[in-house]
Design a protein around this ligand. Structure first.
Ligand code: NAD
Length: 298
């Protein structure tokens, strides 16, 4: 099935990137959000991405300007999905919000529309019952930033139609992603199944006083040839997300050590405005973190 019209629900951090990425690859894309303010914020982000793509990435100005011809914005959900072939949902990571959203959406959709969620922690099978079309529902999970960390993890649930799955894999490729087909439902997909325990292990070493964070990063960088170690990655991911993941794990397991760690992240970083790369400081100071300096690995 050819995807002619694509709709993105939510124009926040990820929705603004997903819609930009699709429009830049020549896909007619509509952004839906709940208020005029949210739509304006998304437009502002798109302008900033346009600047970044021309100035920093050297993409020709005409090509970047052309992306705007493929973009439209609305706060009217019915209008947003009229004639949509494929949708991508990036609304807040909250089960009740998503459930209510899909229930409302299910009454407005054309029959052909395929639905994908970008949820990082909710499995497709948890949301499928509220979509009214479980066979056309699956996850297409993007990484942040979409264009640089350009994987598209495609994960269905047991009732997802295999043809629908393949259509989404093809679409991911078309918009410049490397599709990662996931054959079984897996909390955290591939990336976070690897990354979360890795970052937790690094935190255990640090918070238990086994080694300082620079030594831990050096160990990883020297021995694997990676350009960044776990604490550099934590700064990239951002302290709010690290905190939210720890709190979610605490709620799931009741493990007090995880709660204490979340509290330390909050006190030592979040409360001091040190959110990571986004605010110029986390474990390291930006834009020139010490781990990128020539002497760091000596
Ligand atoms: P965000 O808070 O930046 O954006 C959420 C957007 O949804 C906002 O623009 C908000 O106005 C809008 N919204 C709020 N309620 C809504 C509703 N009822 N209906 C429609 N829109 C509504 O959040 P985000 O970081 O972009 O995350 C969104 C989704 O993307 C989550 O499911 C998250 O797990 C997933 N995700 C996030 C990242 C990341 O790095 N931030 C990476 C991959 C996936």
């Amino acid at each position: 099935m050819e995807i002619k019209k694509f709709t993105v629900f939510g124009g926040g951090v990820l929705g603004s990137q997903v819609s930009w990425q699709a429009a830049l690859h020549g896909v007619k894309t509509t952004v839906y959000d709940i208020s005029d303010e949210a739509i304006e914020a998304c437009k502002t982000k798109h302008q900033a991405y346009a600047q970044m793509f021309t100035k920093d990435f050297g993409i020709p100005e005409e090509q970047v300007k052309r992306a705007f011809d493929f973009l439209s914005y609305t706060t009217d959900l019915e209008q947003a999905v009229a004639d949509a072939d494929l949708t991508s949902e990036s609304i807040p990571e909250d089960f009740e919000i998503k459930k209510e959203f899909y229930q409302k959406l299910s009454t407005l959709l054309p029959e052909k529309t395929i639905l994908t969620t970008n949820s990082s922690t909710l499995l497709p099978s948890m949301l499928a019952p509220f979509t009214g079309r479980p066979e056309k529902f699956l996850a297409l999970h993007f990484a942040n930033p979409v264009w640089a960390a350009n994987i598209g993890e495609v994960m269905g649930h047991k009732d997802t139609d295999p043809q629908v799955f393949d259509t989404v894999v093809e679409f991911a490729r078309r918009i410049g992603l490397v599709p990662i087909p996931i054959h079984k439902e897996q909390p955290g997909y591939v990336l976070n199944t690897l990354l979360i325990p890795f970052l937790e292990a690094a935190q255990t070493l640090y918070f238990n006083g086994v080694a300082d964070y620079k030594s831990i990063d050096k160990t990883w960088m020297i021995s694997t040839g990676a350009k960044v170690g776990p604490f550099g990655i934590i700064d990239l991911v951002g302290m709010n997300t690290v905190y939210n993941v720890l709190m979610l794990r605490y709620k799931q397991t009741g493990n007090k050590t995880i709660l204490e760690r979340a509290q330390k992240i909050k006190e030592q970083f979040i409360d001091k405005g040190k959110l990571g790369v986004a605010t110029g400081e986390g474990f390291y100071k930006y834009p020139n973190p010490e781990y990128q300096s020539p002497g760091f690995l000596k």
